[in-house]
Design a protein around this ligand. Structure first.
Ligand code: FES
Length: 157
């Protein structure tokens, strides 16, 4: 269920922790397994990670369901993780999220019909100085406006 390539990545993370503490690599293990599986974690995949790290399945599931960077339903090729926490909210995030939903024809949690983009509301991403902001992949986009959002979204292929 976990490919050799992904096992190698997980092993590298395990190597950063003391011997016998391999379960400390659970967040990264879940991340790489999710990346290998269309950015979605199923209960079977979570259990596979738990088995690989020799930890209880429920402990891996607790991590996978606590943090919002793990997806438990299908997502688009790109997920726009829009911050709606206090700084972003005070700087217009709600109106911008509405703009984005209207532009894409989806609500947060949904995927565009072409499977390209999904939108997720998330809590503070630690870039409050650039509020309002969102994240796509590893990239942060800050000081968003409707024009900026249109350009960014139109550039996603
Ligand atoms: S409140 Fe949005 S990045 Fe902190």
């Amino acid at each position: 269920m976990i490919s050799k390539k992904t096992q190698t990545q997980i092993d590298a993370w395990i190597g950063k922790y003391p011997q016998g503490k391999q379960s400390s690599a659970v967040m990264e293990a879940l991340r790489v397994v999710q990346a290998e599986n269309n950015n979605q974690l199923t209960p079977d995949l979570i259990q596979a990670v738990a088995d690989y790290l020799d930890m209880p399945g429920i402990a891996a599931a607790e991590v996978a369901t606590f943090y919002e960077n793990y997806n438990h339903q299908s997502v688009g090729k790109y997920t726009i993780r829009f911050c709606h926490n206090i700084s972003c909210m005070l700087n217009g995030a709600d109106d911008l999220i509405n703009h984005l939903e209207t532009k894409l024809g989806v609500k947060t949690g949904e995927v565009t019909q072409d499977g390209l983009i999904s939108v997720k509301k998330v809590e503070c991403l630690g870039a409050c100085v650039g509020a309002p902001m969102f994240q796509i992949g590893d990239q942060y986009y800050e000081n968003l406006t409707t024009d900026k959002i249109d350009k960014i979204v139109d550039g996603l292929k």
